[in-house]
Design a protein around this ligand. Structure first.
Ligand code: GDP
Length: 296
């Protein structure tokens, strides 16, 4: 599938040799192939349309310099545009707040919030030498609280206890109070997810956001979710001022088109990529490399 695109593009590139300019006629076939590739990579259709229109506008009439053919020049433009779209914005984690810097984790159930919370705790301890506290506001799944306890221990961070009979808002306030009293640099707040978007969930996380005033509100989304990621992203963006995205399960075999969709829909920078189930499986998102993966 991926190699098919590269093959098709190189064939079209060959056909375009000897033309000095990217024109309406030679750009059309190339863009059709790229459109197919983006759809195969599970980028949402409206996002694909938008992207292709932007590339076409940039490419048309462009002089082709040096030894490049129009085809090669177009491939360059597409790659650059894809990387720029996904990589625009600040990508480092922001801790610029009166300590504790609060990081709120949002997303659907199964997206990888709890795992990512612990991975992020480990990263902040190892790379930034921070004192990190985690807490779970997921009172609907008792196993979720235990799960956070286990992975927090693996990360070497401290876990703040909570129980299913408490209200998420009370848990969050108590954790914040504890973090202040004990001089934690960062408080990571894991929240409840649902299998699908629902109003009660959104209201709850909005209340948490208002009470905690987090410096980062990270939207955690499964890269394997493909087309569905767009609707989820839109709902979370409408409910919360998202400051960043974490794409999980990038070690799966999806081409990762969700990155382009989610970035476009939310406008928030993609900060991290989850690349394994393990505690150290979190990487800073590399837009350049990911553009290559999407295009195949
Ligand atoms: P939550 O419901 O959003 O808290 O999701 P969890 O953190 O419980 O993760 C759901 C499942 O996805 C678990 O089995 C995790 O081990 C797995 N998972 C999370 N992130 C990744 C990742 O980056 N790669 C892989 N392969 N699995 C992941």
């Amino acid at each position: 599938m991926a190699s098919a695109l590269t093959e098709k593009l190189s064939r079209l590139v060959k056909e375009m040799r000897g033309q000095a300019r990217i024109t309406e006629s030679n750009v059309q076939d190339m863009l059709r192939e790229v459109r197919m590739a983006l759809l195969e990579a599970d980028v949402a259709l409206p996002v694909v349309r938008d992207f292709i229109a932007r590339v076409k506008e940039k490419a048309l009439g462009q002089e082709v310099v040096g030894s490049l053919t129009p085809g090669q020049a177009l491939v360059g433009i597409i790659h650059k545009e894809l990387a720029a779209t996904m990589g625009a914005g600040v990508s480092d984690i922001n801790l610029a707040a009166q300590p504790p810097a609060v990081i709120l984790m949002a997303g659907l159930q199964g997206a990888g919030k709890t795992t990512t919370t612990a991975k992020l705790a480990k990263l902040l301890i190892d790379k930034r030498k921070k004192k990190v506290l985690t807490v779970s506001g997921d009172v609907y799944r008792p196993a979720a609280i235990e799960q956070l306890k286990t992975v927090t221990k693996q990360a070497g961070a401290e876990w703040f206890p909570s129980t299913p009979d408490q209200k998420p808002l009370d848990i969050a306030r108590a954790a914040l109070d504890y973090a202040k009293k004990h001089y934690f640099d960062v408080l990571l707040v894991d929240t409840a997810g649902r299998l699908a978007i629902d109003e009660a969930l959104m209201r709850e996380i909005q209340e948490l956001h208002a009470a905690l005033n987090p410096v980062e509100t990270l939207f955690v989304v499964d890269a394997m979710q493909g087309q569905d990621a767009v609707n989820t992203a839109r709902a979370f963006k409408e409910a919360l001022p998202l400051t960043g995205i974490v794409l999980t399960k990038m070690d799966g075999d999806s081409r990762g088109g969700a990155a382009l969709s989610v970035r476009t829909v939310t406008g928030a920078p993609i900060k991290f990529a989850g690349v394994s189930e393990k505690i150290d499986g979190l990487e800073v998102f590399d837009a350049e490399r990911h553009a290559g993966r999407i295009l195949g």
